[in-house]
Every structure is written in structure tokens, then in C-alpha cells.
Design a protein around this ligand. Sequence first.
Ligand code: ADP
Length: 402
Amino acid sequence: MTESKKKKGALLVLNSGSSSVKFTIFKVGGDTGESTPLFGGQLDGIGTAAKLKVKTAQKELMADESWKHLDQGTVPAILPHLLEWIESKLPEDLPLIGAGHRVVHGGENFDKPVIVEGDIIEQLSNLEHLAPLHQPQNVAAIKTLATSRPELPQVACFDTAFHRTIPAVNNTFAIPKEYTDAGVRRYGFHGLSYEYIAHNLRENKPDLAKGRVVVAHLGSGASISALLDGKSVDTSMGFSALDGIPMGTRPGSMDPGVLIYLIREYDMNADDLEKLLYYKCGLLGISAISNDMRDIEENEEPGAKLALDIFCNRVAKQIATFAVSLRGLDALVFTAGIGENGPIIRDKVCAELKWMGIELDEGKNNTRGEEKISTESSIPVLVIPTDEEFMIAQHSVRLLNA
Ligand code: ADP
């Protein structure tokens, strides 16, 4: 397709949750054909007291206002108002030309992003039981736009798709085959983040990009992945986003016998377990103080110290495990909230991996914005800010122009 035929306008990138919607508007097409972020923000508190906060790409505040009067309790009900607000801020020569959605689960069928057409919405709804806390919200946003703005093309980008390259030896649980055949296996998540890191390495560090790279995506949800030549070969999250390393409020992997015990001895059912495992474990559960790593780092209570120690130890163990999946290690990358902003955590994790040839340069680790934070003799350790929205924009533009 020639440059002139490429679509030009504004693209809405959406990440819809149960009580919040995160969004970014990109300018797409034009002379360079690039996607450039214009503004973005969050509508949160939906169902209690909705509030809109938006900043330009240059971090200037565009809106910080209560939307209580528009709050009808659900994301689908408030989304059309958000669309109106966004369009009121767009210049006339930059119409909205499409929407790209982050969708948590693509199941067995979706190994790449798709245009939402035909029975795609139904197929995505059918995956809701695999991610009951996120998928219904993602699908609801797509349905709302399909109804309120049927002329607007939509693209679904999946958090699982990047992990479809994981071989059976790493994505199969040691359970009877009938369950595996029915789809009970490791899917992995945060795929758009890992895909962005692979893209960033390809652009900026092509030699490392071809090698054996472990990426630690440490946010309030956290996972770690093993990449070989930019493709996922192993990942710590599994069938659900509960597996792997401990997170803000999720436990990471644990003895499944504990669940049987809780059902028997505490009379818990599936809903009770879901609440416990998604919202009450992890840093919050161990410390009984907070799910936020900054609070944990600042607090001197023994529970906070234990939470910090467990988190760093489990992250280090997972990195070492993935050096086995990769038969070695050429680089370690930290990303997401804690990975990008937490020198104390990076230092503690890497100290546990010194025997592997990983050593941080203390000065660089403590310098914000420094990309390579390891010593010259160490396996390279990098800090790369992730950008899932950029990845969704890239996929959406490619599909809208196809
Ligand atoms: P998510 O996208 O999963 O909601 P983020 O990637 O935004 O999460 O990460 C959020 C987490 O990052 C916060 O819960 C906080 O614990 C952590 N974080 C942010 N800044 C810092 C910091 N300076 N030091 C340590 N942890 C931080």
C-alpha cells in the first residue's frame, strides 16, 4: 500500500477493567506513517464516583475532573461519554479512525491480533471462563463500541498471543491428557509488554535481541519470560494470571494441596478462593500492610521485610530457572512499575544471582533513565520502560491498513 492510501487520523487504544478504563490516543498515518501518542489517561472509580484524569504526551494536565454525574455504574454505560469527550479534543482533520483493545485472553485460536468482525465477539465471549475477572470487561468494551459506533473498526490484541511459541515441554502441566486437550495449559500473560521489549531490543540492540534474554515484567501484576531470538519460549504466568512470582495481591505459584486444604478446612468455594487468590495474597497478604512495593520498601515492620525478601528471592529463582529453559543467558531486562523504578528490588534480585555472572553497577542502578545498569564484566542487565499501548497501536494500524 502506498503512503497516500494509508489511513490518517486518530486511533483510540483502550484497556478496560471492571471499574476503570485506561486509554491513549495516537495520531496515525501522515507523512512518516508513524503512530505518535497525543494524549491519554484514565477514567476510574466507575460505579462509585467516576473521575477522569488525562495528560498530553508531554505530561501536561488536560483534565482532572469528577464524572460523578455521568456515572451509571458500569464501564459500558460510561464509555460513550468518554468517546464524546475524546472526540471533542481532536482537531477536525484528525477524525477517530479506529480502536485497538487490550484483550487478556486469546485462548487456543488467536495467535495474533484480529479485526473485530463476523463472530469474533462471540469467540472472545466464549473465552470469558478462562479469565473471569478481565475478559468480560474487555469484551464488554468491544461490544459497546460495536453498538454505539458500528462504523468504527476495532482491533483485538491479546496478552496471550505472544506466548503461542512456547513449546509443549514448557506449556504442559503434569496432569491427565484429557484436561490438557480441553485447554488446561500454560497460556502466559503480559504478552504485549514482552513483545514491546523484543521489538525495542531488535531496534536498539540487535545482537542481544537474537540471543537468550530473560525479561522481568514487575508491576502490580508481575511475570517473567524467557525469550530466544525475540520469541517466547517460557513464561511464569500459567493457565491464569495467578501463577509464577508473588505479586501485589496474588500469591504466584504455591502448593496446590493448600487449595484442597482451604476448601475442606475453611469451607471455601470457588468464589471464596478467587477472592483470596486475586485480592488478598502476595505482598499484601504476607505483610498485612500494603500491596504497593513503595510502602513495603519504606516500612520497617518484620512483615514488610519478609514480603520484600520473598518477592526478590522468588524473582531471582524464576530468572535462574529460565536460564535453564534458555540453556544460558545473554541479557536480563527489568520492566514495568517495579522493574523500571525500583533500584532496591533490582539490587536485591541481582545480588542473589551473582553466582550466575550478574553484577549491577551501583551508581547506574541508582540513576533514573540509565538503560544498562550492570558492570562491564557482568551479563548485561537492562532497564527498558515497557509500552503496551505502542504495541497495540502498531498492530491496529497494520490491520486497519491491510
Ligand atoms: P500494573 O500496570 O500491573 O498496574 P505497574 O506496572 O504500573 O502495574 O506497576 C505498579 C507498581 O509499581 C506499584 O504497585 C508499585 O508497587 C511499583 N512502583 C512504582 N514506583 C516504584 C518505585 N519507585 N519503587 C518501587 N516500586 C515502585
